[in-house]
Structure formats: C-alpha cells, structure tokens
Design a protein around this ligand. Structure first.
Ligand SMILES: [Zn+2]
Length: 62
C-alpha cells in the first residue's frame, strides 16, 4: 500500500538541466502569470539556478 519512503527519496532529480547545480543553489521564485493562470492545477514550482541562472519549473507533489 502506498509509495515506499525509499522511493520518495529517490524521486528528487537533478534540479537543473545544467547538471552542475544542487538543491542548495536553487532559489525559489514566483511562478509567474502564465503558470498561475493556465497551469494552476499542477504542483509546479519555479526555481532559479544560481549556477547557470536558468529558471526551471519543477514538478512537486508534496
Ligand atoms: Zn543550472
């Protein structure tokens, strides 16, 4: 029944496509208008990578 805790821990992928960033260099930012209005039903979070300065959307089911 349910998802094993171990699996939950392994879900977290590399946060940024640059591959050099870890979660501690990802800064949570506002999701922006488009996502709030169009994709509001999705558990998306937006982060900015301090390493490459890209903004990435991350799926978060928490
Ligand atoms: Zn990056």
């Amino acid at each position: 029944m349910g998802t094993p805790a171990i699996f939950q821990d392994q879900i977290k992928p590399r946060p940024c496509p640059c591959g050099k960033a870890d979660w501690d260099v990802m800064n949570r930012i506002s999701r922006g208008h488009l996502i709030k209005t169009v994709l509001f039903f999705l558990p998306l979070k937006r982060y900015k990578c301090s390493n490459c300065r890209k903004k990435v959307l991350i799926f978060d089911n928490d």
